[in-house]
Ligand binder design. Structure first.
Ligand code: FES
Length: 117
């Protein structure tokens, strides 16, 4: 498993989202009731940018066709067959770390290369 520092905690707005690039992929970090959740930023329906959607109480609404996803589970709330990929996320001090399962995203990164200290 790889761990990548992707942001500082203060870069993610309360009850909002921040998109980070990890390798070729975009990951959306959502802050909900003080907890962080990381999901693929690409909607599984037709590829809409989830982080640009409306976000309330842990539910994000895709800006393209309004499918809704619970970022805490990754499950689509209107189509039980759909889900968005989740990533393990952790806060260490001020840094936000993503734990990657090796199935795709990113190269191991040095936090210094991400502009983090
Ligand atoms: S692309 Fe997200 S709902 Fe259609």
């Amino acid at each position: 498993m790889k761990t990548v520092a992707v942001a500082r905690i203060d870069q993610i707005p309360d009850e909002g989202a921040l998109v980070v690039n990890v390798g070729e992929e975009e990951v959306a970090l959502f802050k909900c009731s003080g907890e962080l959740h990381a999901v693929d930023n690409v909607c599984p329906h037709r590829g809409g940018p989830l982080a640009e959607g409306e976000f309330n109480d842990g539910i994000v609404s895709c800006p393209w066709h309004a499918w809704t996803f619970d970022v805490r589970s990754g499950l689509c709330t209107i189509n039980p067959a759909a889900r968005v990929r989740k990533f393990k996320v952790e806060v260490q001090g001020e840094r936000v770390l993503l734990h990657l399962d090796g199935e795709g995203v990113g190269e191991e990164a040095n936090p210094d290369d991400q502009g983090l200290d």
